[in-house]
Design a protein. Structure first.
Length: 190
């Protein structure tokens, strides 16, 4: 897990460039910093975020030894790890894998009805009983589910019209999928 000091340094530095620190994970020699902003991030924003994050990390030198820095956008299907992540996804379709014994089915896909500091509420026809209350400690992993919307029609879960493009128009335009073209990496040496 990352030290609170990193967050205290990274979040305001990114905010000064109009970017939000969405998540930070350190594992297997890779430090992944995920940034977002209203309307999504593009390659230019990721390049700017990479420079900002590199500058902060050079000053703090938080990781001993070699590591790879990866700066990316949350993408269309975002992993949900914190109460804040779940709160941002209220109203969206999510897929949740529960810990063994938490519910009759370990995998649940449904509408994220609400999220607070204690847990989440899922609803929908695929949710056992139509509604399920889940504490965060029962969640093994979770992510949003990208849904394709009808051409020019309303987006799922929204009364707003979607983009008026052809078949296969994303329901959440503006968010870019994670791809190699959108990820900046930096390898440091000891």
């Amino acid at each position: 897990m990352m030290a609170e000091e990193w967050l205290d340094e990274l979040a305001p530095a990114l905010a000064s460039a109009g970017l939000e620190l969405f998540d930070v994970q350190l594992g297997a020699g890779v430090l992944t910093v995920t940034v977002d902003r209203p309307g999504g991030v593009d390659l230019e924003a990721l390049s700017q975020a990479s420079r900002i994050v590199s500058g902060v990390l050079d000053r703090l030198d938080p990781v001993a030894g070699r590591y790879t820095l990866e700066v990316s956008s949350p993408g269309l299907e975002r992993h949900l790890r914190t109460p804040e992540h779940f709160a941002r996804a209220v109203g969206e379709t999510v897929s949740v894998r529960l810990r063994p014994g938490a519910a009759e089915s370990r995998r649940v896909r449904g509408h994220l009805q609400s999220a607070d500091e204690a847990g989440i509420v899922l609803s929908g026809p695929d949710v056992p009983g139509g509604r399920l209350v889940v504490a965060y400690d029962q969640v093994e992993r979770a992510r949003t589910v990208f849904e394709w919307g009808p051409s020019g029609g309303p987006r799922p879960g929204s009364s707003k019209p979607g983009p008026a493009a052809g078949r296969g128009t994303p329901a959440r335009a503006g968010r870019e999928p994670n791809s190699a073209a959108q990820t900046k990496r930096r390898i440091t040496t000891p």
